[in-house]
Design a protein around this ligand. Structure first.
Ligand code: APR
Length: 232
């Protein structure tokens, strides 16, 4: 199997915005409505696990009300065309890439549709319901936590992502404010390894030394166009 990646795409909340999901920052963003310290840190989980679980239960329950959009579907076309030479990395915890048809997606910040065992963090299992204080890991019976990478925790799949960034010809980041590390550092890393760096976003980074091509606009408009061009 060819493991060398031609193209690595990183997505953020902006790709799901037109599906009706809140982004995190900016006007009416998630972090205007919730305190990070209450729902997205290891301390919050220790202090008030029910509050944290209820927050992600609420988000999980809302997922079926949102449908993948043209940008998610366009990335499926890229996977079909490039196969193993394409890697999709998302910071999003929603399931819209999968529901659009993407098969190989790395959720570096975790996923709403799974839980993690508190005792054995490599016990990760699909979960669609409501997590309570009584929910148990089906593999070992220990208690569980949301499969969400909290601030201060190590994102998932970093070895695989780093290797792909080292080897790719092009790195494209879509719908992300590029302020949360390590994802925010992918563009400079890919660039230093020789990749072309492209940004597709509503707002463009100003004077960013790592971005070669920057295309402004709504994801549902610019992503399908960019994909069609790439696949020509
Ligand atoms: N099309 C394209 N881009 C859009 C759209 C749209 N329709 N709507 C918003 N955007 C852009 C915004 O301009 C912004 O740059 O998407 C970006 C969203 O930024 P954030 O809300 O910061 O989301 P993201 O970058 O994914 O956040 C990273 O922060 O709190 C954490 O863990 C959370 O994974 C998340 C991480």
């Amino acid at each position: 199997m060819n493991t060398k990646k031609k193209l690595v795409v990183l997505t953020g909340a902006g790709i799901s915005a037109e599906s009706g999901l809140r982004t995190f920052r900016g006007n009416d963003g998630m972090w205007e409505h919730e305190n990070i310290e209450d729902v997205c840190t290891p301390e919050a989980l220790r202090r008030n696990p029910k509050r944290v679980k209820d927050f992600y239960n609420f988000l999980r329950k809302g997922l079926p009300d949102h449908q993948p959009n043209a940008a998610h579907f366009a990335l499926v076309e890229l996977e079909k065309k490039l196969g193993d030479e394409f890697l999709l990395v998302t910071q999003n915890v929603d399931d819209l890439h999968e529901r659009a048809g993407s098969k190989r997606v790395l959720h570096m910040h975790g996923s709403l549709n799974s839980l993690v065992c508190k005792k054995n963090p490599n016990h990760r299992f699909e979960f669609m319901g409501e997590e309570t204080m009584e929910t148990r890991c089906p593999l070992c019976g220990a208690s569980t936590r949301p499969d969400i990478v909290f601030f201060g925790e190590q994102p998932l799949y970093m070895d695989e992502i780093q290797k792909a960034l080292q080897e790719c010809e092009e790195f494209v980041y879509i719908g992300t404010s590029s302020v949360v590390y390590p994802a925010a550092g992918f563009k400079s890393y890919a660039k230093s390894c020789g990749a072309k760096v492209t940004c597709l976003n509503l707002e463009l980074p100003e004077g960013d030394p790592y971005t070669d091509v920057a295309i402004p606009g709504k994801a549902t408009e610019i992503v399908p166009k960019w994909v069609a061009e790439f696949c020509k």
